[in-house]
Write a protein that binds this ligand. Sequence first.
Ligand code: HT7
Ligand code: ZN
Length: 866
Amino acid sequence: PQPIRLSDYRPPAYLVDDVHLTFDLQPNTTRVKARLTVRRNGDHSEPLAFNGERLKAVSVAIDGRVLGDGEYVIDAELLTIPAPPAAFTLETEVEIDPENNKALEGLYMSGGRFCTQCEAEGFRKITFWPDRPDVLSRFTVRIEADRRFRHLLANGNLVETGELPGGRHFAVWNDPFLKPCYLFALVAGELDVLEDKLVTKSGRTVDLRIYVDPGMAPRAAYAMDALKRSMTWDEEAYGREYDLDLFMIVAVRDFNFGAMENKGLNIFNSSLLLADPATATDVDYERIEAVVAHEYFHNWTGNRITCRDWFQLCLKEGLTVFREQGFCADMRGEAVQRIKAVKVLRMRQFSEDQGPLAHPVRPSSYMKIDNFYTATIYEKGSEVIGMLKTLIGADAFRKGMDLYFDRHDGEATTVEAFIQCFAEASGRDLGDFFAWYEQAGTPRITLSATYDEAARTLELVLTQATPPSNGQETKRPLPIPVTLGLLDHEGRTLAFERDGQAMDETVIVLDQPEVKVTLTGVDSLPVVSALRGFSAPVVMKTDAEPKERYVQLAADPDLFNRWEAGQDLAADLILSRAAGKPNEVGEERYAEAVGRALNDQASDNAFKALLLALPAETDLALMRSPVDPGALHDAREALRLRLALHLDAELRRLHTGLQDLGEFSPDAAGAGRRALRNAALELMAANPRNDVADIALGHFRAAVNMTDQIGGLNALMLIGGPAFEEALADFYARWKDEPLVIDKWFALQGRDPSETALGRILGLTAHPAFDQKNPNRLRALVSSFANFNPVRFHDPSGAGYRFLADQIIAVDGFNPMTAARLVDPLGGWRRLKPELGALMKAQLERIVAVEGLSKNVYELATRALN
Ligand code: HT7
Ligand code: ZN
């Protein structure tokens, strides 16, 4: 297969201004009639070549005349018409089979309902079309179906409904906004609906509807609340108002991704929409709030202004993640949300950046665009915008956003056009900044500080280097904003001067291989608090000593750096132990410092819960190579044991004192309390004292919400033994009819690090409730195992790798997109200790050798091997 390159971009040869689609819905033989108003784009004589995949063509006509053989060609990918007129009506009719569409793109069936997923290139599985985001059209859609498909939904406004002979009915929808076909959506089926209204800032009333499985409407209440808060927030934070009179969301169980922002008709994976205290955890609530907001925010960043081509994907995704993170910070607290975002970034994006799948935020070539919905595009894409804001300031940033919305509304545009708005708004040349979009890899920066007591100066020397990545051997320096403040050794903020100006905090722009900055008026030997709020997506090394980290852990006013100091201390201790040099004095000192931080009355519970969690094994694995996952696991467990013993009384006190009294509330305060209580229990589980299993079992049995039930089950899993087996069986029996809860049951077992877990995990694919065809169920077991259970995944026998490869090969046969998303954990073979690396590589080779492998898996597996 040939890659597609950004440098080959050409405007579309033909545009479609209007389209009228008629769907005659039948599970196996749906007919789609399309009437397109087509216009040649520019002066050329190129043939018309519209995409079409797996379409059984019934007829093709131009201006009412049915074309005969020889007047058009249909192959596996295209409808070609050699010499069409300059402007004409193209009518096609095709037949498709939604029921047997297990790839879950195009039109398919989930839970007996019709639904669609068109991003990125699914529309070509519905009808012949120039399937690219820079063709913007006005859509009218008529849906005809049996009356048992009670709700017939599409984008925009409902303009007509009616009855048809033979127990059928119809609905006609019109979307007044121009849109690319990837935002097209259709849903048909029996659904319950939760309804509400929102009055926008200009006084328009918008009807809000969330469609769910019959009986599930009460579980959509939190999503509805999140939707209303998102709509109001976007008005306040960005001046963006919703533009249609109706906004709909539909939940489906079979979905390749989290959710989809189709214009006026978002489609959600039900796991990211449905919640009640009995079946959803606080993490679910938080995710629902974030994803509802994210998809809603796409209405402006993605839908009203879309991407010219798929290389510009970060234009809508990075920006929308950035907006989503701003919303979540306002809803749930800035510091805690920032720490969580950075944890995700490090776990997913930094590992991507260190492996063979590293790519720039704006890639320059791809084989399957579905493979580029990555942490780099989303999470690093958001970080890049955060840096832009730090560099030009909040006011210029907002002006730049306003300009972008004004200038590009209704267009399909580029990252260059986006950055240009900020250059104009700030009056700054942002030419160098663009390297953040073009260069893969995580920059390494160093910072060293020299204090001159007599002169009261602090000289800071910062350096940067970005390691080579596939296809980019040499790297340019990037403009890296390093937000920095000083503390004295008692933890008090230390003021200083920069260029004669007094301040508490400054942003140093590290835009050369080395930058020196001298701060003056520094009254005592300082502790440097650098990269505050994680002001850039880099790995920083400093010459600070552990005692300085302890000052930060106790008192840094930047809560991100307070947390980071604890993580750095813990990581050093774990890595020393894993290297055979345990520092027992240091471990004790660390445990004492964590104990003091837990007693700090000023900090909130959610923050303390984060402080209590040691760096993940996957994060630690990024810090050293070759990686020995078993040694890392044992060393981390040793520190957990030390903490559990040292903090025993404190953990018990937290566990008892933080019990939920009164009604469950999913808000930040309630979630923070439960997070800390469950984090305390998780740490207690490392303590071999006999009564801990009883406490965990009591916690599990007494739980009145899913957060505590999973917290109890998780602790029992870490302890192991008959109590765990009993609780696991009870949990299954109680929730067997709740698919979203049974997903949790699979996911928890996938994460089980105990020595005997591997056999059970591999055996779970034979469980009657396991279903490879449902991406949620598949990911619950397979992704949680491969991504969150390093010690068992990297079993010395290679059985974990073989298991993952088996799943990828099997799923690729019907759902290549989801199969490809499982490849990532096999990308790390080069960094592993050689005997493990060889076993992992062998599985990649086995995958690549499979006959008839999809482009999706082929692309990622070959890149992972190279
Ligand atoms: N924009 C949406 C991406 C998406 C997707 C991509 C590929 C295959 C299936 C998909 N479903 C949704 C989701 C988002 O980022 O908002
Ligand atoms: Zn998105």
